[in-house]
Design a protein around this ligand. Structure first.
Ligand SMILES: NC(=O)c1ccc[n+]([C@@H]2O[C@H](COP(=O)([O-])OP(=O)(O)OC[C@H]3O[C@@H](n4cnc5c(N)ncnc54)[C@H](OP(=O)(O)O)[C@@H]3O)[C@@H](O)[C@H]2O)c1
Length: 328
């Protein structure tokens, strides 16, 4: 079978497509015929050896897939050959087939296309955990989403609307902000063109925002925090801009607000029961048409470098997907 391989650490162009041995399912595992692979920020970092998790070379990147169960190992219950599933697989998703623990396979609705399924778990899972479990966002509150047209950002916009919040989307171009509008944002801020703090204050009539969802970091963090409402929650999701912000802690005192860390991957491992409930809720919202994963580009394995460049060079709206030769 074919897989995208990282043989030596380096830029996306150093990845190769090559033949690798077929995986087999040990006890408790299943082999999935991959139909689509989600491309995520850790894929960019891990091939350059800049990610917290450092797999041995050579390896295939790719942390989430959708596809059809091809083989079940002994003792597998609840999943059968032929089931349509999505799964978080850690690594190895950029392959024609991948082996996962059966407990990681999540059956998907019949009407859910494979590319949307491969774009679902990490983005919506992270944003649900962030907004519901960590941020305790309530109906009627105001939510500011930075990097709102990106993968986790757009999921946060949609979930914010489902939860009844007033959602302000901030992003770097008119095209990206248009996508945010299409996915439900009530107000928009072009943060490379406008004064972020002043515009938030204007939109909230001086009150500030109750919850800030920040997957970007860099220079946006401090002006956003300065526009936080009394008792607000600042959700630390990631640092796509590369810079880890250092904010004056006196701001938290003055606003009686909280800075709240969000580490979805660790949460999934530590609290699988709550994670399963969150995923079930997300899939029920999807089936009601309240969540609409935005897949802006689909690439074959041979164009994996382009997919990763789109992400690292800030071109992605929603998600990009990698499609194996016999894929979606
Ligand atoms: N904490 C967790 O559990 C968790 C889970 C998943 C992801 N994450 C993290 O969340 C971050 C976003 O992930 P994602 O999958 O949503 O990525 P993404 O789709 O690429 O979105 C990131 C957004 O950041 C903005 N950005 C600003 N400066 C950038 C730069 N120099 N390079 C790239 N993007 C830049 C871009 O929006 P504008 O151009 O509009 O500014 C982009 O849309 C990553 O750091 C990822 O590791 C964390």
């Amino acid at each position: 079978m074919k897989a995208v391989l990282c043989r030596e650490h380096g830029p996306p162009e150093s990845l190769v497509v090559d033949e690798v041995p077929e995986p087999t399912a040990a006890a408790g595992q299943v082999v999935v015929d991959v139909r689509a692979c989600g491309v995520n920020f850790p894929d960019v970092l891990v091939i350059e050896n800049k990610y917290q998790f450092k797999p041995a070379l050579p390896f295939s990147p790719g942390g989430e897939v959708s596809g059809v169960v091809r083989e079940c190992g002994s003792g597998v219950e609840g999943v059968s050959v032929g089931d349509r599933v999505l799964a978080s697989c850690g690594m190895g998703g950029f392959s024609e087939r991948v082996v996962i623990q059966a407990s990681q396979a999540i059956r998907i609705p019949d009407a859910m296309p494979f590319d949307e399924a491969a774009a679902f778990l990490m983005t919506y899972g992270t944003s649900h955990y962030a907004l519901v479990d960590r941020g305790v966002l309530k109906a009627g509150e105001t939510l500011l989403v930075l990097g709102a047209a990106g993968g986790v950002g757009l999921a946060a916009v949609e979930i914010g609307k489902v939860l009844g919040a007033h959602v302000i989307a901030a992003a770097s171009s008119a095209e990206k902000l248009e996508v945010c509008r299409e996915h439900g944002a009530d107000s928009i801020i072009h943060y490379d063109d406008e004064d972020l703090k002043a515009r938030i204050k204007e939109l909230t009539e001086g009150r500030g925002v109750d919850v800030i969802y920040d997957p970007v970091g860099g220079d946006y963090a401090e002006p956003a925090l300065r526009a936080m409402a009394w008792g607000g929650r600042y959700l630390v999701i990631g640092f796509a801009a590369g810079e880890i912000p250092r904010v004056p802690l006196n701001l938290t005192l003055l606003k009686s607000c909280s800075i709240v860390g969000v580490f979805w991957g660790a949460f999934v491992g530590r609290d699988p029961g709550q994670h399963s409930q969150n995923v079930a809720e997300l899939l029920s919202w999807y089936e009601k048409g309240e969540l609409r994963p935005h897949v802006s580009a689909r690439y074959p394995f041979e164009q994996v470098a382009q997919a990763l460049r789109d992400l690292s060079e800030r071109r992605v709206r929603g998600k990009v997907i990698l499609v194996p030769p016999a894929g979606a």
